[in-house]
Design a binder for this molecule. Structure first.
Ligand code: SF4
Ligand code: SF4
Ligand code: SF4
Length: 215
């Protein structure tokens, strides 16, 4: 593999506005009522007025170990050698949902045809998982910035080759990533305030383990 592409997320900068998930839907021309490829969950604890909340924006993280790929019976999920992006060959997908059970981020969605689709890091527009698309190019090389990164109001999301994203992360975030936070699948900044909730999130291996609701 040349270099694994990764997402980066900073919950301190995220304002929970959902512009990222709307931008994704628009770029890929998806129905308004289709499941989002990028979702914004709100982690919360306590009851009003003693109430804490942190928005978390998530999509497919293009995992280095790709649990979805490992369980897919017809080998419809492909982790690309050239950039580590996890794509779906919809001609091979049989709609069994095994990938949904294996995915720690709830990324796979199923369209009208019952076939798997998810974030393809904006490899191409329209439905599908990006199978057969050319290698991902950085904006400097003429490639598009992913829609969620482009439209993020708080500049909370970044994407790119791992070394570039790591170079822009804080020392703390890079250190936590190297120590295995979130299975080394995404680089997440630690929360600056709110020690209790921050600790709860840090302790969880996966975001799905926290108290969440989506909106
Ligand atoms: S986030 Fe889910 S769908 Fe994406 S590569 Fe990882 S396991 Fe597969
Ligand atoms: S739903 Fe499709 S992509 Fe997912 S595991 Fe089944 S065949 Fe593979
Ligand atoms: S667009 Fe940016 S600030 Fe708004 S919810 Fe998404 S990640 Fe958060």
């Amino acid at each position: 593999m040349s270099e694994q592409w990764m997402f980066y997320f900073d919950p301190n900068r995220c304002i929970g506005c959902h512009a990222c998930s709307v931008a994704c839907k628009q770029r890929h021309d998806r129905d308004a009522d289709a499941d989002d490829w990028r979702t914004v969950s709100h982690l919360s604890r306590g009851e009003y007025p003693d109430f804490e909340e942190v928005p978390i924006s998530m999509s497919c993280m293009h995992c280095h170990d790709a649990p979805c790929e490992q369980v897919c019976p017809p080998d419809a999920i492909i982790k690309r050698d050239e950039d580590g992006i996890v794509t779906v060959d919809r001609d091979r997908c049989i709609g069994c949902h095994y990938c949904a059970w294996a995915c720690p981020f709830g990324a796979p969605t199923y369209d009208d045809e019952g076939l798997m689709s998810k974030c393809n890091l904006c490899l191409g527009e329209g439905p599908g998982g990006g199978h057969g698309q050319p290698e991902r190019q950085t904006p400097e090389d003429g490639g598009p910035t992913p829609a969620c990164v482009d439209d993020c109001v708080g500049e909370a999301i970044k994407a790119g080759p791992q070394s570039e994203v790591m170079a822009e992360a804080t020392e703390k975030a890079a250190e936590r990533f190297e120590q295995g936070a979130y299975g080394k699948r995404v680089i997440v900044e630690p929360l600056e305030e709110d020690a209790d909730l921050a600790d709860a999130i840090r302790e969880g291996d996966e975001p799905a383990g926290a108290i969440t609701y989506e909106g």
